[in-house]
Design a binder for this molecule. Structure first.
Ligand SMILES: *[C@@H]1O[C@H](CO)[C@@H](O)[C@H](O)[C@H]1NC(C)=O
Ligand SMILES: *[C@@H]1O[C@H](CO)[C@@H](O)[C@H](O)[C@H]1NC(C)=O
Ligand SMILES: *[C@@H]1O[C@H](CO)[C@@H](O)[C@H](O)[C@H]1NC(C)=O
Ligand SMILES: *[C@@H]1O[C@H](CO)[C@@H](O)[C@H](O)[C@H]1NC(C)=O
Ligand SMILES: *[C@@H]1O[C@H](CO)[C@@H](O)[C@H](O)[C@H]1NC(C)=O
Length: 406
């Protein structure tokens, strides 16, 4: 078990923790760190006595030279490698499904196998999307309001989505709502028809056609965003006005962090040392309940992170998300935790899930069958392990408290 010191000032992304969690059998997570420190102390002691005995100059700490560890996972691809793309504007920028990239960490050379024309197209699309000067600078963004982004796909949930967006558009702190329509079978023009329109009595609601159904679309930077915070929501989620206002207030005091309503956690398996995705908060014996991930069902975050997600993440992450059709939220949590060195922040509030009740439970998970559910969580565990590899360690950090309105 990771200790509670992870919430202190110490960064938890020490390679040794990830190393621990990739070690097959023999080492429990709690056991390995102390053993490693003991080893280091012994080595230091050894070198100290050695130098005293032989009157050598002060020894260098060769024991800490990580290149002498078999840490393949330290190989972070730190390059700003633009992700593969299919076309040239921000709406269509997405990982190409025909791209040959593997989900392994060594994807830096994967583009070499695609044809030169498609990689040239990808490069030019990325050059446009990742041209920072196309977007407002942080100083130009509005601080009083937030922009709501909702990926839309299901025609069955359109009525709910229409109602939810209309409701949220009436909140004075909502600047605009953008429905990112990514169902390729239903043209976005449909929503221009009088009886299909998204009505608003407050902030404008725009339906923006996407050219792919990628989960990465919700995290694309957008030229139309004019606020320093975005709220990203699923199409069946409605956050009550005072709850959303509270979350926005909390975010303004915690701008580097993801703020949201649905906390989840990661943990290290004591059995085999791999990472596990935990579909709720973690309640370890003798420790306070903790969490490290906020779901994209409803999250508030810095607009700037959309650019970072799309343009600065290790290469292979966006591709992995398109291949697995999962885990975009985990990746965003990894990126933000690594960037901020902080845990996300869960808020308590009234959130209406597609069901009737006001709830903070993951009712979507409850809706799917048990086996499918197990698969889903296993896939997410695989993502956590894969992402830890791509990040060269485990950047996620634990938070112990939720923000509660008083
Ligand atoms: C670390 O070890 C490698 C191989 O043993 C060596 O080539 C390298 O110079 C060492 N780095 C430092 C900083 O001592
Ligand atoms: C980036 O975008 C700005 C504003 O749209 C444009 O003037 C500039 O030429 C672009 N830069 C590149 C390298 O494409
Ligand atoms: C949407 O709102 C209308 C009017 O308030 C209501 O009659 C309708 O049942 C709602 N639809 C859904 C799916 O919630
Ligand atoms: C490791 O153990 C956990 C249970 O602690 C299990 O869910 C997971 O599938 C195992 N992973 C591997 C790679 O064996
Ligand atoms: C994680 O953060 C560190 C420090 O800010 C940075 O140097 C590193 O590139 C980041 N890692 C990834 C994979 O983005």
């Amino acid at each position: 078990m990771p200790s509670s010191s992870e919430s202190s000032g110490l960064p938890p992304r020490s390679p040794s923790l990830a190393y621990c969690c990739r070690r097959p059998t023999g080492w429990s997570c709690g056991g390995y760190l102390p053993v490693l420190s003991l080893l280091v102390v012994l080595l230091l002691f050894f070198f100290a006595s050695w130098s005293l005995l032989l009157h050598c100059p002060t020894p260098r700490l060769t024991a800490l030279n990580t290149s002498s560890f078999p840490l393949s996972i330290l190989a972070v691809n730190g390059e700003r490698s633009p992700a593969e793309a299919t076309a040239e504007d921000e709406i269509s920028f997405s990982s190409s499904s025909s791209s040959s990239s593997s989900s392994s960490s060594s994807s830096s050379s994967s583009s070499s196998s695609s044809s030169s024309s498609s990689s040239a197209a990808a490069a030019s699309a990325a050059a446009v999307v990742c041209n920072r000067s196309r977007y407002l600078s942080e100083a130009e963004l509005s601080d009083d309001q937030l922009t709501v982004l909702v990926p839309g796909f299901s025609i069955e949930r359109i009525a709910i989505l229409r109602n939810n967006t209309r409701r949220m558009a009436s909140y004075p702190f909502v600047r605009a709502i953008y429905v990112l329509w990514q169902n390729m079978d239903i043209p976005v023009s449909r929503f221009d028809e009088p009886n299909e329109r998204f009505d608003s009595d407050g902030a404008p609601i725009h339906v923006v056609g996407q050219r792919s159904n990628s989960l990465n679309n919700r995290f694309l930077p957008r030229t139309f965003i004019e606020s320093s915070a975005v709220a990203i929501m699923d199409d069946d989620i409605l956050v009550d006005k005072s709850s959303m206002e509270f979350a926005f207030t909390v975010w303004r005091e915690n701008r580097q962090r993801i703020v949201g309503y649905f906390p989840r956690a990661h943990l290290c398996s004591p059995e085999n040392g791999s990472w596990i995705y935990w579909p709720k908060r973690l309640r370890p014996k003798g420790e306070r309940t903790k969490y490290s991930i906020i779901l994209t069902k409803a999250m508030l975050l810095r607009t700037e992170y959309l650019f970072d997600y799309t343009c600065h993440m290790p290469s292979g992450v966006r591709e992995m998300i398109d291949e697995t059709m999962n885990c975009e939220d985990i990746a965003m949590n990894f990126m933000v935790a690594n960037y901020s060195n902080m845990a996300p922040l869960a808020v308590v509030g009234k959130v209406k899930d597609a069901g009737d009740r006001w709830t903070t439970k993951d009712t979507r998970a409850a809706r799917v069958g048990l086996s499918e559910r197990a698969d889903h969580y296993e896939a997410r565990s695989r993502c956590v392990n894969e992402l830890a590899k791509l990040w060269g360690g485990m950047p996620l950090r634990y938070a112990y408290n939720k923000a509660v309105p008083v």
